[in-house]
Design a binder for this molecule. Structure first.
Ligand code: ZN
Length: 332
C-alpha cells in the first residue's frame, strides 16, 4: 500500500485495464493474489483470463455465502425462481442492454450452414483462418444480470398482488471483460432478491437490505463500507446516465478492501430501478399503476475472494464466528 501513487488512491478506475507484468524474481518474491489462488488450487486456470475452475473448498465458501444471503428471505413471502445462465436474446434486446453495455455482452453463436460451408469451416480451422462466416447469433445470450429473466415472467402473470412481490434469484452471469484480476471474472454467480411493488415498498426493501448487508459483514468479520455507485454505461450517452444515476442515488454498493491492493471491490449492490423495468415489461400494481422495482444482490465469488483474503486459504482455521455464520456443521 505504501507504494501507491496519489492517482491510484484517488481513482477507482486506475489500473483497471492495465495488464500487469512481472519480472520472474518479483513474481516469486511477491506473487499477486491471483497467483496465490492458482498456486493453492482454489482457482483452476482454463487458459482464458477471467474463466476459472473452482475447488471444493472454494465452492463450500460460495455455498455458505449463498445460503447466508438466502436466509434473509426466511419467514417472508418470497418466491424462489431459478433460471439457466442463458436467456432470451429478444428479452435482452428489449431491455436496452445493447445500448448501455454492448462491450460486456456474451452472445451465443452457432453454425447454421450446409454441408459445403461445413467443409469450408473445417478447412479454415485447419489453415487457422477466419471460420466465422457461417456462424450466426442464436436466440439466446448469456445472462448478464441475474434478475433480467424475472421481469417478463412476472409481467405475464398480470397485476402484482396487494403486497407486491419478492423473488429470490440465483444465477451464473456473464460479463465479457477479460482481466487477470481475480475479482473480474467472465462467469460468476449472483444471489439476489428482487422486489416489485410501490415506490415506498422498494425503498423500504433496499434500506432493509443495506442494513442487513452491514450486519452480514460484521458476522463475516470483513471490513466494508456502503457507497453511492453507478453502472458502467457505455459511450458518451453513458456518461449522462452515470451522472443521473449517481445524482438520484439509485445504486449503492457494498465495498470491501483487500482483494485488489489499489481499490475497493464492489461485492454487492442495492438498486432502485424506479419504473424502468416495469414500464418496459408492463408490470402493474394491484391498483393498476405502473409498479416500481428494485434488486439487492451479491457477487458470490467476490465475497469468497474477500473471505480468503482476510481470513486465509484454510476455512478450518477461520474465526469461529465466521465459520458458524457460513456453515452450522462443516468447518465449525
Ligand atoms: Zn438485479
Amino acid at each position: 500500500m505504501s507504494t501507491q501513487t496519489e492517482e491510484q488512491v484517488a481513482g477507482f478506475n486506475v489500473a483497471e485495464v492495465e495488464v500487469e507484468s512481472f519480472d520472474e524474481d518479483d513474481e516469486l518474491d511477491n506473487p499477486t493474489y491471483m497467483q496465490q489462488l492458482l498456486a493453492a488450487g482454489l482457482l483452476i486456470s482454463t487458459g482464458v483470463d477471467g474463466l476459472y475452475g473452482r475447488s471444493q473448498v472454494f465452492e463450500d465458501v460460495v455455498e455458505g455465502i449463498s445460503d447466508l444471503i438466502g436466509a434473509w428471505g426466511e419467514g417472508k413471502q418470497v418466491e424462489v425462481l431459478r433460471f439457466p445462465p442463458a436467456m432470451s436474446r429478444q428479452v435482452l434486446e428489449e431491455s436496452g442492454y445493447w445500448a448501455n453495455f454492448p462491450d460486456q455482452l456474451g452472445a451465443v453463436f452457432s453454425f447454421c450452414g450446409n454441408e459445403r460451408s461445413h467443409q469450408r469451416l473445417l478447412k479454415c480451422l485447419d489453415n487457422k483462418e477466419d471460420w466465422t462466416e457461417d456462424v450466426k447469433p442464436t436466440r439466446i445470450v448469456m445472462t448478464p444480470v441475474a434478475c433480467y429473466p424475472v421481469y417478463g415472467v412476472m409481467a405475464a402473470r398480470g397485476p402484482l398482488p396487494p403486497g407486491g412481490r419478492l423473488v429470490d434469484i440465483f444465477s451464473y452471469c456473464c460479463r465479457y471483460e477479460p482481466s487477470n484480476q481475480p475479482e473480474r471474472m467472465l462467469m460468476f454467480r449472483q444471489r439476489e432478491f428482487v422486489r416489485m411493488g410501490t415506490p415506498a415498498q422498494i425503498l423500504a426493501f433496499r434500506d432493509e437490505w443495506i442494513e442487513h448487508a452491514k450486519l452480514m459483514m460484521r458476522w463475516l468479520q470483513l471490513p466494508s463500507s456502503i457507497g453511492v455507485a453507478n453502472d458502467p454505461f457505455f459511450g458518451r450517452t453513458g456518461k449522462l446516465l452515470i451522472d443521473s444515476q449517481r445524482e438520484q442515488q439509485l445504486k449503492f454498493e457494498l465495498l470491501i478492501p483487500g482483494v485488489n491492493p489499489d481499490k475497493v471491490t464492489a461485492c454487492g449492490s442495492f438498486n432502485y430501478h424506479r419504473d424502468k423495468f416495469s414500464s418496459l415489461w408492463k408490470i402493474q400494481t394491484d391498483t393498476g399503476e405502473t409498479a416500481h422495482t428494485g434488486c439487492c444482490g451479491f457477487g458470490l465469488e467476490r465475497l469468497a475472494l474477500s473471505l480468503f483474503k482476510h481470513h486465509g486459504f484454510d476455512p478450518k482455521v477461520w474465526p469461529r464466528g465466521v465459520r458458524e455464520t457460513l456453515w452450522s456443521n462443516k468447518y465449525a
